[in-house]
Design a protein around this ligand. Structure first.
Ligand SMILES: [Zn+2]
Ligand SMILES: [Zn+2]
Length: 311
């Protein structure tokens, strides 16, 4: 999986930071998480590609959705035909529809609006799911977790061929799929003899705007990457609580409790323009893994937990 941070600013953009948007590319498919104003230009600037199939909206505050009308209009100009799905918190379908048709036209391509509640599977991708989870933000809001299934264990070809004398062919895929195989001499080979334990898939979690909350700890259990609200530094902890946001340190505490490996701090208040190292420092004092505050355009690969690469 490949992540591009398109917009890392809080409610108000700066010359350096766009409002919220994150692009995730997984095996050629592109998913957009939130689409603040100007998201389409960020996609052009950072060459993420435009073929987004799924958009996941965390909540309907302007800094997360005002990029939708422009993006949809450009797709329309470009004669897009492929459908797009927009996942959005329950009760917000009407407002998403209004945003899409604000210029008075229906797009030339099908737009499916899918309302989701915490616990719902927003997207069932076969080998992975995108699940909605509960966040806490003084608005109807959800976060999203991309959760991949475990992959099959590694097949020990050398052992199969040389030690057990199994001819390469259909027997290999049978074993790899968990079925025993009988050899010509009557010996039965069990899959465990040549197939290692299942290997965990990846988990990438996007909170959108939120106070520190249990829903995130659960959703981000052992996450490879947690992208968490870090609007404020510790000097504004009270303000963070009042406005439904988190401090960088609070994000780090959540990441620790979840056992996440990496923490991306985002949605930074304009108050900290040019002081990103301050938020990073406060998070790093607490977090055992790797914490960082990406700039707009920063990219990141998410390898498998066993260290293997892969899209
Ligand atoms: Zn926001
Ligand atoms: Zn918000």
């Amino acid at each position: 999986m490949h992540v591009t941070f398109l917009g890392t600013s809080g409610a108000v953009p700066t010359t350096m930071r766009n409002p919220s948007a994150v692009m995730v590319r997984r095996e050629g498919e592109r998913f957009l998480f939130d689409a603040g104003e100007g998201t389409q230009r960020q996609m052009m600037r950072f060459a993420t590609g435009f073929a987004v199939s799924q958009i996941f909206v965390s909540h309907l505050h302007g800094d997360h959705v005002l990029g939708l009308p422009g993006l949809i209009q450009t797709w329309d100009f470009n004669d897009r035909e492929e459908p797009v799905a927009i996942h959005t918190p329950a009760g917000t379908r009407r407002r998403i529809r209004d945003l899409i048709t604000v210029t008075g036209n229906e797009p030339s391509f099908p737009v499916r609006v899918n309302e989701v509640s915490p616990g719902d599977v927003a997207l069932d991708g076969g080998e992975f799911e995108v699940r909605a989870f509960e966040t806490d933000h003084r608005a109807t809001s959800v976060g999203y977790a991309i959760v991949e299934d475990d992959r099959k264990g590694r097949f020990d070809r050398e052992k199969a061929e040389e030690e057990l004398g199994i001819e390469p062919g259909p027997a290999y895929s049978k074993l790899h799929n968990g079925e025993p195989v009988e050899l010509d001499d009557g010996t039965v080979v069990q899959p465990e003899q040549v197939v290692g334990p299942p290997r965990p898939g990846r988990r990438v979690v996007y909170t959108g705007d939120t106070c520190p909350t249990e829903g995130v700890v659960e959703a981000a259990e052992d996450a490879d990457l947690l992208i968490h609200d870090a609007t404020f530094a510790e000097d504004r902890r009270e303000r963070a609580g009042q406005t439904g946001h988190s401090t960088a340190k609070q994000a780090a505490e959540i990441a620790n409790r979840a056992g996440a490996k990496r923490l991306a701090l985002t949605h930074v208040s304009t108050r900290y323009a040019g002081q990103s190292e301050r938020l990073e420092r406060e998070a790093r004092e607490v977090f055992d893994g790797e914490a960082f505050l990406p700039d707009d355009g920063d990219e990141l690969d998410v390898p498998f937990p066993d260290g293997e690469g892969g899209d």
